[in-house]
Design a protein around this ligand. Structure first.
Ligand code: HEM
Ligand code: SF4
Length: 566
């Protein structure tokens, strides 16, 4: 993995010292909360419903064991012994005390981590495919370019005060595991065709996002030679910085600009800006790219057999293991190795929450069996990207001991949920208890397996941090005359077939949500053409009507309807 150079170390350490001084002045009353707010937000320190919350960036979702252990230590020493992994490869600590924040930042700096640019109208943590570098369907390892973007976007003087926050995601694989269609800029590595044959470049998407105005990103550039990534990003950012709306916070994201101008006009403006840029002044020299790429050189792995007798024996005798193996353990690009997904979605637990003990257990597994590598996923879980097949049984047994062996990757209980009203000052409704109630309703693994792939996402308000718009089933907390209600959407997808879900009908109170989800699943199971037709495919074929009828009853014939106003 990438290691900080002297500049990074000096910068992060001096920022810790600066923030220590700012906190001291706030605690002494020399700074008012209004004066202090922008300073703390520049260091990822939010003020939530009950306490401060510290958002820590995990660049493109890559962690070493040492870093994960340090996160565990920080959570145990200064917070309440757990952290919350987010969809954007951050971890949030929900009970931070202001006076402890400088020590927490210093502890992060020791392991080359920080909270800079995890808040504010700047370029946030760049996220990437959690299987980067090991996925069999990968064209090229996107972490190299994610690191290039990290360096370019960190304290970029021109882009620290954008009209609004800006999020970039990238993948180098055929399957999108980073939700690139729902980012301000989404990048996918592709092989060139025609005139570009033999080259690798990026497809560039722009203007995706959720919130109150959800959009799937539009194609900005079908093939950008990879060596021009930074100059092209610079051009796109300049157009946004200049024309993005600063007059209205709800219309300030790039998606609004792109959709107001249309993709063609936005592209024309970016191309005109790009033509003005002297590319060598911004694009990376080949030697610098090579220097960074060395940190991501593939592991030197001895090829191993792709079958293992002990794994086969255990699979035959232990249904829990067999299920976990089927759902959580994925093919690796090197024979004899596997990608292991670690679920933080045990039914009844808070989705994405990890205790310090669990973080330490995963760190130990990564050291012993996983070449010291850990990844954070869009789905709020962790991944050991490289485990020898022969070690998979030992990894499973250790995960069982730590409550981390639920075999539910991308199934109905692998719920994405935001903190909602339990923590968040912007929430309309709680998200966590609803997620827990649904997961417990579907606690029977056989039922979950029978339902098959199904993404269920919950957000506590229209800001859509739980990406409910892109859930196959989405749940949005709304305030209905002072009570928490939940609106259901169906048909969303965060993947290559990205789509925004459609609202089914009136919202439900919390206690009715699990029944409603069970009804929806029942309609799917009754209507699917075969066990292999997924929920999303069946919904697309069947349309919303049977689901609406099951939930709200068939529409009354015209004669029975009561005229409006009566
Ligand atoms: C509890 C503290 C949090 C606060 C105050 C907060 C606030 C917000 C706000 C205001 C937005 C909307 C921005 C806009 O539309 O311009 C947003 C977007 C977002 N947040 Fe959060 N958030 C919090 C936690 C989280 C967590 C825990 C996650 C992940 C589980 C998350 C993931 C996201 C994502 C992915 C978006 C972008 C949604 C989109 O595509 O438009 N946030 N957040
Ligand atoms: S979706 Fe709303 S409730 Fe949930 S974390 Fe985001 S801002 Fe808070």
């Amino acid at each position: 993995m990438y290691r900080y150079d002297e500049f990074d170390h000096a910068f992060v350490t001096s920022r810790v010292a600066q923030f220590r001084d700012q906190v001291a002045r706030r605690l002494a009353g020399d700074l008012t909360e209004d004066q202090f707010k922008p300073l703390r937000l520049q260091n990822g320190l939010y003020l939530q419903l009950h306490a401060y919350m510290l958002r820590i960036a995990i660049p493109y979702g890559v962690l070493s064991s040492r870093q994960l252990r340090q996160l565990a230590m920080i959570a145990r020493t200064w917070d309440r012994g757990f952290g919350h992994f987010t969809t954007r490869q951050n971890i949030q600590l929900n009970w931070t005390k202001l006076e402890d924040a400088p020590a927490m930042l210093a502890a992060l700096a020791e392991v080359e981590m920080h909270c800079i640019q995890t808040s504010g109208n700047c370029i946030r943590n760049t996220t990437a495919d959690p299987y980067a570098g090991v996925a069999p369907d990968e064209i090229e390892d996107p972490r190299v370019w994610a690191e290039v973007i990290r360096q370019w976007s960190s304290i970029h003087p021109e882009f620290l005060f954008l009209p609004r926050k800006f999020k970039i995601a990238l993948t180098g694989a055929a399957e999108d595991r980073a939700a690139i269609a729902f980012h301000d800029i989404g990048l996918r590595m592709v092989k060139g065709r025609g005139d570009n044959a033999g080259q690798i470049g990026f497809q560039v998407f722009v203007g995706g996002g959720q919130g109150r105005t959800p959009y799937v990103a539009l194609l900005l550039n079908d093939f950008l030679p990879r060596e021009h990534l930074l100059s092209f990003l610079e051009a796109a950012m300049r157009v946004y910085n200049l024309h993005g709306r600063r007059d209205n916070i709800y219309k300030a994201r790039i998606k609004i600009l792109v959709n107001a101008l249309g993709a063609d006009e936005f592209r024309r403006q970016v191309m005109a800006e790009w033509a003005k840029i002297e590319k060598p002044s911004i694009d990376l020299p080949a030697e610098e790219y090579q220097r960074i790429a060395k940190y991501f050189a593939p592991l030197q792995l001895a090829t191993l057999p792709n079958d293992d007798a002990a794994v086969a024996k255990r699979r035959a005798s232990d249904a829990g293991f067999a299920r976990w193996l089927r759902n959580n353990v994925m093919a690796h690009k090197v024979a004899g190795y596997r990608i292991v997904n670690i679920s933080f979605k045990e039914p009844g637990k808070v989705p994405g929450d990890a205790s310090s003990a669990q973080m330490e257990a995963v760190a130990a597994l990564a050291e012993q069996y996983g070449h010291d590598e850990i990844r954070v996923t869009y789905q709020q879980n962790l991944v050991l990207p490289t485990v020898a097949l022969k070690d998979v049984v030992a990894v499973y047994d250790a995960l069982v001991e730590n409550g981390l062996a639920t075999g539910n990757t991308e199934l109905i209980t692998d719920i994405i949920a935001c903190p909602g009203l339990d923590y968040c000052s912007l929430a309309n409704a709680r998200a966590i208890p609803v997620a827990q109630a649904i997961a417990l309703r579907f606690a029977n693994p056989a039922v979950v397996d029978d339902i098959g792939p199904l993404r269920l996402n919950i957000s506590g308000c229209i800001n859509a941090c739980g990406h409910h718009h892109s859930g196959n089933i989405g749940i949005l907390g709304v305030d209905k005359k002072g009570t928490e209600h939940y609106q259901i959407t169906l048909g969303g997808s965060p993947k290559d077939d990205a789509e925004i879900g459609g609202i089914l009908g009136p919202s439900f109170p919390a206690e009715e949500v699990p029944d409603a989800i069970e009804t929806i699943v029942g309609v799917y199971k009754a209507g699917r053409t075969s066990a292999s037709e997924t929920f999303l495919a069946a919904y697309r074929r069947m349309g919303a009507k049977p689901f609406k009828e099951a939930l709200y009853g068939a529409p009354k014939p015209a004669a029975q309807r009561i005229p409006e106003g009566v």
